[in-house]
Ligand binder design. Sequence first.
Ligand code: FAD
Length: 688
Amino acid sequence: MASELELNRTLSKVRTNNIALLIYGGQIRLNSLQRTWSKIENDPEFHKSDRPFKNHSERYVDACRKIKRFQEVAEEENFQSLDEVYDAYMAIDENLPIDVHLSMFIPIMTMHTSSEQKERWLSAAQSFRMIGAYAQTELAHGSNVRGIETSATYDVATDEFIINTPSLSSAKWWPGGLGHTATHAVVYANLILKGRNYGPHPFMVQLRSLVDHRPLPHITLGDLGPKQGYNSMDNGYALFDRVRIPRTDMLMGFAQVSSAGEYSKQEGAEKIAFGIMLDVRARICTNSAYVLARALTISIRYSCVRVQGFVDNSGRNPQERAVIEYPTQQRVLMPLLSLAYALHFTGMDVKRSYTAYTRSGDTSLLSELHASSAGLKAYITAHVSEGMESCRKMCGGHGFLLNAGFSDLYTSYLPFSTLEGTKEVLQQQMGRFLLKQYSTAFSTSKERPPVMAPSTLYLLEEAQLAHTQKHSGMGRGSSVDLQSILTLLEGGDESITDEEYAEAEEAILRAHSMRSSWCIATSAAAVGKWTKIQKQQDSGIREGTKTLDSVKGKGTAAQDPLLIASVELCTAAEAHSELLILRSFSNGIRSQSHSHSSSSGDKGRQMEGSQEEVEVESAVYLEACEVHALRLMLLLLGVSMLGRSSGQFLAAGAIRIEDFPMIGTSLMLLLLLLLLLLSLLLPPLLLV
Ligand SMILES: Cc1cc2nc3c(=O)[nH]c(=O)nc-3n(C[C@H](O)[C@H](O)[C@H](O)COP(=O)(O)OP(=O)(O)OC[C@H]3O[C@@H](n4cnc5c(N)ncnc54)[C@H](O)[C@@H]3O)c2cc1C
């Protein structure tokens, strides 16, 4: 007899293989992935059943064994690209101590070095003859990188830099791989030339002997010890007591020091150098979709097979219902499933923008890229962590067992909300960018038309609408018509045309643009208000002095308008991030639905089936019902975001007060339609 799970799978109209082709970008990649994954799954060295019983030291030793085997697999499979290495790495499902080596050290070496340095280091790093750490954070300074104390003072007499951590608080603290594994580190230190401090720059420092792996003289190294999770990693500390390195070991890709101690740098070097973060953030976004999908797979599978509660309360029928049938269960899991798909497309978009930037070298793209990737990283890591915890809770007591798989998944993911910048810091960066865009959009200068970043063009539309409204005296009248969306849904999925879906999507996206615009305007108003008060105080006007006096004692933040308005800036970043995520999801779906109407739907598949397989990014893999499932998910996600922040949508005029009750009804209808279409299907994202 078929199990509950098998039954659910056979009932579904959605073909999971099509979804897998979409997620993994075609048959060639899927085949290669499946081959690598099955190799790793069947290799005893990578087994993980005894993992929950191991402590930090045992997991570290285990992880080192896995690194060795991983290298052998890389050779056996003859991996040609870093992407293939990452794919295999994901299958191991353990943070290996070479994590930072792969994700930071090698990319930095590729981007931040001169061609001579690349030749010297890159192939050694790629073949693991040197293993690197990324040492930026110190015991006393994390978010504020400019506050670090480690120095690199140039000694012109010997043509060397002297790397020094002058105090305990300047100890490098946290770098992955530093504890035991790394032979080298890219160390961030203040560059001191002829007594002048040029700020933090990267330096290659050898940490351990390549003969016996002992720390080199004047370097103190150690492991931070057990952590909440991530225990296969040796996050460590390092102290440098006037360690001398050759001048040529400063990473000279964007800034250089001559033997005479003269400093030069490329225009915009700081921004370009920071570009490496974009790659890391893009990977965090795509990885987040994958991690959330794994937690959902556990939770939705469990919800399909776990029966709890009699179907008939009379007590005559012993049959119980599956917990997925409870709307309260669906209400938590289905929007999260939608988020997982949306994040997949968002990650692809961030990656595409990063690739476009690296190919063109167009530094004018950097501000927007930095802001988007910072805000998205902050939003995604926060919501995915919460989402994973919700998945655990939806599995009742069973979810609490380590063997359920949540704990490791969750605690290994948690650091991503901290490393590369915490939510509060990154959202402010996005908020400040939005503020600038807002003032450009609403600038009254007639000479120069405003030049907007593509992601914030909606602010210009809002500015134009506001202008028209002011001069015509007409109201906006453009709030989202939830009633017509509801009426549409009530007909059932099969009666909804592609055009009607597209219209409903447009309406939801428009509501999100209005809400985001309102949030940015609110933060601009807050900054404006505090700037005015500040100016009044500076010019001795009593009003301003009084207000500032009233917040005295609440810290120096009261002196900086951008800081006082930082909560509003974070809210604006949250709203803009949700808009970006919905847009990426919508564009991803459209790329699959367009060709259905132009009947080129099978092109991608035919090409993959042929001898000379050519994979194109625009290939269409989905059937109409699969596209519908994604469209329902997009609406579900958009409406549940709207429900969470309904006050902002209301204030922005994106919804009307009388529409409030319709939010809950729309959500329930969307859940129903989605579950009907999926036939309580498992998240296809992972069924490969
Ligand atoms: C598992 C793990 C691995 C790591 N790996 C590395 C690595 O390989 N290399 C490396 O160099 N570092 C690494 N780090 C360090 C990481 O980058 C820092 O922890 C991070 O940048 C935050 O710095 P902090 O811990 O000093 O927090 P702090 O800067 O002390 O911040 C504490 C809190 O204060 C608030 N805050 C701070 N500044 C602001 C602000 N400007 N505005 C508003 N609120 C603010 C935030 O709420 C923040 O959460 C790792 C950290 C972890 C947890």
